[in-house]
Write a protein that binds this ligand. Sequence first.
Ligand SMILES: NC(=O)c1ccc[n+]([C@@H]2O[C@H](COP(=O)([O-])OP(=O)(O)OC[C@H]3O[C@@H](n4cnc5c(N)ncnc54)[C@H](OP(=O)(O)O)[C@@H]3O)[C@@H](O)[C@H]2O)c1
Length: 273
Amino acid sequence: MEKIQTQGVAIPRLGFGTFRMPGGGCQPVVESALGLGFRHIDTAAMYENEDAVGAAIASSGVKREDLFVTTKVWHDRLGRGAVRKAFDTSLSKLKLDYVDMYMVHWPSADMDLPAVLEEMMTIKADGGTRAIGVCNFNMKMIRQAVEEVRAPIAALQIEYHPFMSQARMLDYVRGKGIPLTAYAPLAQGRAAHDETLQKIGDKHGVSAAQIAIAWLLDQPDVIAIPKAQKESSQRSNLDALKVKLDDEDRSAIAALPKDRRYVKPPFAPDWAA
Ligand SMILES: NC(=O)c1ccc[n+]([C@@H]2O[C@H](COP(=O)([O-])OP(=O)(O)OC[C@H]3O[C@@H](n4cnc5c(N)ncnc54)[C@H](OP(=O)(O)O)[C@@H]3O)[C@@H](O)[C@H]2O)c1
């Protein structure tokens, strides 16, 4: 699978999301994903499945260096000293010696961003993580992280799918050599039922969900991390790597509404800033 090189790491462009699979039930699902060939797993302390993801990795037989594992620190753990504590807990749950990417899951209104990033950089310098990244940052925050703090941000993870534009953010991160990891790439499953995507899928003999993934991966510097509990969907998402869109498909997807943000927790930052 194609990988994106960034800040000394190589990230597989198609990853596997694990949100909304808390507890042990997540283990067989991740085992199945690893068995089918996913090599990039996205988890977070908040998903309450790091133990299960770690157990799946241990039983998979996949060599550690062939895997890309991301986990994240929740926004109530961004105080001084708290990030390191949260990180140690995550690593011990995952039963790994290191992760490949450690991310701020959501910013918090009262965080001291330079201090948070300094702590993440120390974890990286100590070998706990190979790279650091941020999720759900608005333009002001990502600019501060990159231009003021000069943190080695290896990826920005944000909501991105055919019903939402991230043109402004993509433009910025591309200019800085930072890949954009698209979360909720299937618009939390909605893409699978979209008529336009289905029509394009019919033309290529594939599903609407596969078209959504192909559309994201058609764009340079974009990584997608669909979650799929069903084995058939996991297989089908991997097969989306083979789908090649044409200009007619791209125009039809460009004409879809682009203002649909589905992940809107009360603690989200001001997206316009
Ligand atoms: N950083 C953040 O704040 C943040 C926020 C949200 C998500 N994420 C990450 O991004 C990952 C993906 O986002 P998400 O899980 O919210 O949504 P998603 O990947 O857009 O959609 C997942 C849904 O799509 C369904 N699906 C998957 N493949 C399909 C296929 N081929 N055909 C039809 N339906 C299919 C799944 O069904 P089944 O599971 O039932 O098979 C599930 O209901 C998360 O798991 C998480 O790792 C990060």
